[in-house]
Design a protein around this ligand. Structure first.
Ligand SMILES: [Zn+2]
Length: 124
């Protein structure tokens, strides 16, 4: 993720719109945005109240097709990294906090849903 830039004229405004300021939550993780940090605190409270369990921050789901990892041009395995995963009333939830939709998100979401059918993808 790109780091936030100084706001200097239209270019700065344009950049900050898409790359929100990194923010730490009360648990000390550095999140991509203030919104994401706030949601992390909320999810930790839900876990303390036993409404959810197994909260994980940014786990990586690699895409494996016909038994082979799906490799991109640069040799890296294509994957999807939701902001959080947890279990809610016996259901596996992968949650993405989207202030905006990243360009390749629809494709990643489609692959994730296809390859990990046991998981519910939730956008908040
Ligand atoms: Zn956090």
């Amino acid at each position: 993720m790109n780091s936030p830039q100084q706001s200097n004229g239209w270019r700065g405004l344009c950049v900050t719109k898409y790359f929100a300021k990194k923010t730490a939550c009360t648990n000390g993780h550095l999140h991509a945005s203030k919104r994401e940090a706030k949601r992390c605190d909320q999810l930790h409270r839900l876990q303390q109240g036993r409404e959810i369990e197994g909260l994980t921050i940014e786990p990586k789901f690699e895409f494996v097709v016909n038994g082979k990892p799906l490799k991109m041009g640069n040799g890296r395995v294509a994957s999807y990294r939701p902001d959080f995963t947890y279990m809610e009333r016996g259901k596996l939830i992968a949650e993405d906090v989207k202030g905006f939709v990243v360009r390749d998100f629809p494709l990643r979401a489609a692959l994730f849903r296809h390859l990990y059918p046991d998981w519910e993808l939730r956008l908040t």
